[in-house]
Design a protein around this ligand. Structure first.
Ligand SMILES: [Zn+2]
Length: 481
């Protein structure tokens, strides 16, 4: 078994080789917490969640670290607008973010460090960069990284320094020697939080935090670093420069993180998501109307490296697919109950192999789609099931749950999930569930009275609202089409 990933640093698919056998240190850049998290965050952290789940399922001990940026220009601006303390505002939105991650079914990381709690480590790291002459303090309270000291600087983004130089600029008040240089520490300005340092009061630049936190929680070098593809330059490029300068060999990017993974963007109805476009979907808003596993199923239908196109209609379709998966599981559970499950079906191994191949979640979902179709046909086939069929269905239900579990899917009891999916669909259609239940009682009475015209009329009226009645041995249940 070997797990292969598309490594941005190598520029190709490579085997993921742990530095220490059996262990993976994994760092994902976390959110800047100044507002509610949106669908782009949902995608990012569902992708990393699947990475962690699969690596663990493959027997690796994963230490997952995901930071909070709680000191940042956007946070300070928002806090000043509201007359609030920036660190307190960030703490509030960090709590909201964690609630969203839990709702999405993402595993919590082993460490969730915050910038505000790592200022001493950040200062020590910058001191070391100054000592090793990778950084300089021009005396105005700022400290800058000297980009031309690090020859591997453009490697991750595959750009050379002269191309980068063309886009670089020096802002008023900055004292850079070279426009390419970037701030490690910013001298205090009025209205901003500030901490003591050898260069006077100030606060860290954005990039240094991830160098300090990876060093603190994973050490250097570590195995795997992840983020959105928009972070390749400058953020990850600068992380590498800082870490290699301070604690690496000063030359090679691999002396920070061995491997890098980057995921694509989220677009909404084919437009890149942004607040200015007004298509900014918060996770909270989406989950008020949709099922969290439905959102996972939808997001994981696109390979993590590709851009993802979000739409309400496509999400609702994914939820209908999820309901079909749970309906099939429910039938398989019922028919296979008490049977000795057969040996693991080949599809489970195929699905694991698809995840070994750069976390190919669409292929896993394709494999599941085929076996669910088969299992469903077997469940619905006329006649009594043979012991072999029942053993097959029991094995299917077990293996399907195990594979889906790698994606954080099908974790609920089918009846509970189907009720939750139905209630969300009803809400979106403006259907009142209590009213449907009353009509079902009326219809049962009409049928008892042999008033079939009336019972049919009730059924047809509900159908016109998208409500489908299903008569079974336990009475009548309903779903929303
Ligand atoms: Zn970062």
């Amino acid at each position: 078994m070997a797990i292969h990933i598309h490594d941005t640093l190598a520029g190709k698919k490579v085997a993921l080789e742990p530095i220490a056998p059996g262990r993976i240190g994994f760092y994902a850049c976390g959110p800047t917490v100044y507002d509610m998290s949106h669908v782009g965050h949902a995608r990012s952290y569902i992708v990393w969640d699947v990475v962690v789940r699969h690596l663990r399922a493959r027997g690796l001990t994963v230490k997952y670290v995901r930071n909070f940026t709680d000191v940042d220009d956007k946070i300070i601006k928002r806090a000043n607008e509201r007359g609030e303390d920036p660190v307190a505002l960030a703490a509030r939105f960090a709590d909201e973010y964690l609630a969203d991650m839990d709702a999405l079914g993402n595993l919590r990381p082993e460490a969730a460090p915050r910038v505000s709690e790592h200022i001493p480590q950040i200062v020590t790291l910058i001191e070391r960069l100054v000592e090793r002459e990778f950084a300089y303090a021009p005396g105005n309270g700022d400290v800058y990284y000297a980009v031309r000291r690090f020859p591997d600087y453009g490697r991750l983004s595959r750009r050379n320094l002269d191309d980068l130089q063309a886009g670089a600029r020096v802002d008023p008040g900055e004292a850079k020697r070279d426009p390419l240089d970037f701030a490690l520490w910013k001298g205090a300005k009025p209205g901003e939080p500030a901490w003591d340092s050898p260069w006077g009061k100030g606060r860290p630049g954005w990039h240094i935090e991830c160098s300090a936190m990876t060093l603190e929680h994973l050490g250097a070098p570590f195995d795997l670093h992840g983020g959105g593809k928009d972070l390749v330059f400058p953020h990850h490029t600068n992380e590498i420069a800082q870490s290699v300068g301070a604690v690496g060999d000063g030359v090679h990017a691999e002396t920070f993180a061995r491997h890098w993974m980057h995921h694509g963007f989220v677009e909404i109805d084919d437009e890149k998501m942004s607040k200015s476009l007004g298509n900014f979907f918060t996770i909270r808003d989406v989950l008020a109307r949709h099922d969290a596993e439905g959102l996972r199923l939808f997001l994981l239908g696109t390979h993590y490296r590709n851009d993802f196109n979000f739409s309400d209609a496509l999400l609702a379709e994914a939820e209908r697919r999820l309901a079909y998966l749970y309906e099939t599981l429910e039938k398989a559970d019922r028919i296979g109950a008490g049977a000795e499950p057969a040996a693991e079906a080949p599809f489970a191994g195929e699905a694991r192999a698809a995840l070994d191949d750069d976390f190919n979640t669409p292929r896993v979902l394709g494999i599941l789609a085929d076996v669910f179709t088969e299992a469903n046909a077997l469940c619905d086939a006329k006649g009594k099931k043979s012991p072999a069929d029942r053993a097959r269905l029991a094995a299917f239900a077990r293996d399907a749950r195990a594979v889906a579990g790698l994606l954080g899917l099908l974790s609920r009891a089918p009846a509970e999930a189907l009720r939750a999916l139905r209630d969300r669909a009803a809400l979106r259609r403006g259907v009142d569930g209590a009213e449907v239940e009353r009509r079902i009682v009326e219809r049962a009475q009409a049928r008892k009275d042999k008033d079939f015209a009336r019972s049919d009329a009730i059924r047809d009226a509900l159908l016109a609202q998208g409500v489908v009645l299903m008569d079974g041995p336990q009475g009548t249940s309903w779903k929303v089409e």
